[in-house]
Design a protein around this ligand. Structure first.
Ligand code: NAP
Length: 262
């Protein structure tokens, strides 16, 4: 099936690693033009160098999604280079492994800032361009934590719930401009986040065994962590003009760890 993404321009935040990088790769494979950003220039350059065909349709920019001016410059640069913006994937970020008693006021502030700025700054920058696209789509990368909070990730769970709520409001607000808004809610996906946690835990257990224990501990029905490419597939599907009647909803990519039936 032709997903209709060839020659469309998609902005993906946080494309130097994990889910963002897999999404960039999948979009380039579909013939899209892609602009992506991250904070670390070297990491971004290495990721870009590792991409195969389609690198000539990739633009990278160094920026922090919390910095509205920098995000605006990055998105405008993408629109100038490629002649518009048709899609936006708000992916950049990370979670905060802290419970109630060890979460400071600063943790709460930083977490809420990262999650909300990570959606609102790219949205504000891209909105005028998306409104001119014939097939505009926004995908917010979220977590099943939004619907199923974990006390050990208390700030992230609360922030994620807020972003799910915001996505619904945005889908209603932006429908008049022909912009669809959906979420992809992740379970445990094998990316840089988990390799860093494995290294920090320094248990002496191999990464493979540690992952298997983690999947069992968290009750992942499929018994393993997901792969970033498995998330990218859902993101690309929601970006596609073929998903033209899907808005205000989302897809869980979580191997069955979610307990919610909605
Ligand atoms: N992996 C999971 O199990 C899981 C589960 C639920 C939700 N998620 C969410 O999925 C998204 C992708 O995570 P991932 O697992 O793919 O993580 P990852 O491998 O660590 O990749 C994160 C990407 O975001 C960039 N980034 C982080 N903070 C940024 C900022 N403030 N401004 C701009 N770029 C930033 C990183 O580059 P720099 O560090 O160079 O900026 C990197 O490119 C995140 O929002 C994460 O919270 C992941």
């Amino acid at each position: 099936m032709d997903l209709g993404l060839a020659d469309r321009t998609i902005v993906v935040t946080g494309g130097s690693s994990g889910v963002g990088l897999a999404t960039v790769r999948a979009l380039l494979d579909e013939g899209a033009r892609v602009a992506t950003c991250g904070r670390d220039a070297d990491r971004l350059a290495k990721a870009a160098a590792g991409l195969g065909a389609g690198r000539d349709r990739l633009l990278t920019g160094v920026c922090d999604v919390r910095d509205a001016d920098a995000v605006d410059r990055f998105v405008r640069g993408a629109a100038d280079t490629f002649g518009g913006v048709d899609g936006l994937v708000n992916n950049a970020g990370q979670s905060r492994m802290k419970g109630l008693d060890d979460s400071t006021a600063e943790d709460w502030r930083d977490e809420l800032e990262l999650k909300f700025a990570g959606v609102l700054n790219p949205l504000c920058a891209a909105r005028p361009f998306l409104a001119r696209s014939a097939a505009a789509s926004i995908v917010n990368i979220n977590a099943v934590l939004a619907k199923q909070p974990e006390p050990r990730l208390i700030t992230t769970s609360a922030a994620r719930a807020g972003i799910l709520n915001l996505s619904k409001s945005l889908s209603a607000e932006l429908a008049a401009d022909g912009i669809r808004v959906n979420s992809v809610c992740l379970g445990l996906i094998d990316t840089g986040q988990w390799t860093r946690r494995h290294a920090a835990a320094a248990t002496g257990t191999s990464y493979e065994d540690w992952q298997a224990e983690l999947a069992a501990d968290r009750g992942v029905a499929l018994g393993r962590l997901g792969r970033a490419e498995e998330v990218a597939y859902a993101v690309v599907a929601l970006l596609s003009p073929r998903a033209s009647y899907i808005t205000g909803t989302g897809i869980d990519v979580c191997g069955g760890v979610g307990r919610s039936i909605l």
